[in-house]
Design a binder for this molecule. Structure first.
Ligand SMILES: Nc1ncnc2c1ncn2[C@@H]1O[C@H](COP(=O)(O)OP(=O)(O)OP(=O)(O)O)[C@@H](O)[C@H]1O
Ligand SMILES: [Mg+2]
Length: 385
């Protein structure tokens, strides 16, 4: 049963949303996946296609005039339709945009997952190798989005989901395509508000410019920085205005733990948008810095894994930690600085005798074997003579 009470500002009634609530006659809400209030993300069942979906009310039109509300609705439906055209292995798919009681809802692919924000609450920071895989995969999805004219505008650790169970464990997907852009366009029309999350705001957006593909590059750089360094580039402050001020002045704390990714991250977070790499260049720079040139086929499409090829503990629920995903292959070895012109991909293992397989004792063992062979040759020569 649905209870209704009079809406405070508009004439429209406002239904109370909760478990079992049916959205647009098709999507039955099950349980909250995260978020709060109007923006909560729900796990729901698509009654038509008999599958789980994630569904979220994009924004409320309460308090707007009917004309404004109509404009917001059609803008969001348009943004949703554009985002629904994007199909990428590392992007949460947008299935549908529907109106429920006059409010726009977005229906998305459901990924049983933990966000990178939640992972960071568990482990403080992720290793550069893990962040490089996440960064290259998300950059690959965003490069496809940018080519289709879609700007994300709200890249942050909370919107990067990593599958934490099931067959897809370790799979990385960027969420909230079709939400941020639609919502932001709407708010821009209504009030002159800076949109996006302050901690990941590029300087030009903090100063009031419209977000572009270059601002997505900055926000992805700031997100990866946060995952490696364990704190966002403008530091922490309870007052978000202070963070926006630091963003406007590009006051970035220099990265201290980013290892091979240090240069790439600073390039992505260049204060001047025109000096940043494109998203495709950023993806390639991340891959080359962490794994060597030409390693995209070994990283993209694969689950995130530790240096020894297993699922990281922060990415796994239940007993999946330390397991190899069915889709895992070993990580390419990081290239040495002198190996810039080295073969693009990791080489298949040689079938001959490989001394390096003996580990740290290989050197002394080789010397002993050499001495024995030399002794044997001397004995043979003495016997023959
Ligand atoms: N498609 C999805 N499948 C599964 N879980 C999801 C999906 N989208 C979001 N979630 C979960 O719901 C949580 C809340 O998402 P939500 O987008 O409301 O919050 P947020 O990204 O932290 O903030 P914002 O609302 O600013 O984007 C996420 O952290 C994630 O765990
Ligand atoms: Mg989100």
């Amino acid at each position: 049963m649905v209870f209704r009470y009079p809406a405070p500002v508009t004439e429209r009634a406002r239904p109370i949303v909760g478990p079992d609530y049916l959205v647009a006659g098709r999507y039955r809400l099950q349980s909250k996946l995260g978020g709060g209030g109007m923006g909560a993300v729900w796990l729901a069942t698509d009654r038509l296609l008999h599958r789980d979906v994630a569904i979220k009310q994009v924004l409320t039109t309460q308090g707007l005039s009917e004309e404004e509300a109509q404009e917001v609705r059609s803008r969001i439906m348009h943004e949703g339709r554009v985002a629904a055209k994007l199909s990428h292995d590392h992007a949460i798919a947008v299935y549908d945009v529907v109106l429920e009681a006059g409010e726009p809802w977005l229906v998305m692919e459901y990924l049983p997952s933990r966000s990178v924000a939640k992972a960071l609450a568990l482990v403080d920071r992720l290793s550069p190798i893990e962040v490089a895989q996440i960064g290259a995969q998300v950059a690959d999805a965003l490069a496809t989005a940018h080519a289709a004219g879609i700007v994300h505008r709200d890249i942050k650790p909370g919107n990067i989901l990593v599958a934490d169970r099931g067959d897809e464990v370790g799979k990385v997907k960027l969420s909230d395509f079709g939400i941020s852009s639609g919502a932001n366009d709407a708010t821009e029309e209504i009030g002159d508000v800076i949109t996006g999350t302050p901690a990941y705001l590029p300087p030009e957006v903090a100063r009031g410019a419209r977000p572009t593909t270059a601002s997505d590059v900055f926000s992805l750089g700031a997100t990866l920085y946060t995952a490696i360094e364990g704190q966002p580039p403008y530091g922490f402050d309870e007052d978000s205005d202070v963070i926006v001020e630091r963003a406007a002045m590009a006051q970035i704390t220099p990265p201290a733990r980013s290892g091979p990714l240090t240069e790439v991250l600073l390039h992505m977070m260049e204060p001047a948008p025109q000096r940043r790499p494109t998203m495709t260049e950023a993806r390639n720079e991340i891959l080359t810095a962490a794994f060597g040139p030409g390693t995209a086929p070994y990283i993209l499409g694969a689950p995130v894994r530790t240096e020894d090829g297993t699922i990281p503990a922060w990415a796994a629920r239940n007993s999946a930690a330390g397991l190899r995903s069915p889709h895992s292959s070993p990580l390419p070895r990081p290239q040495r600085a002198t190996a810039a012109a080295a073969p693009a991909a990791p080489q298949p293992r040689s079938k001959g005798f490989d001394l390096s397989a003996l580990g740290p004792n290989a050197g002394p063992l080789a010397v002993v074997i050499g001495l024995l062979i030399g002794l044997l040759i001397i004995i043979v020569i003495l016997v023959v003579l």
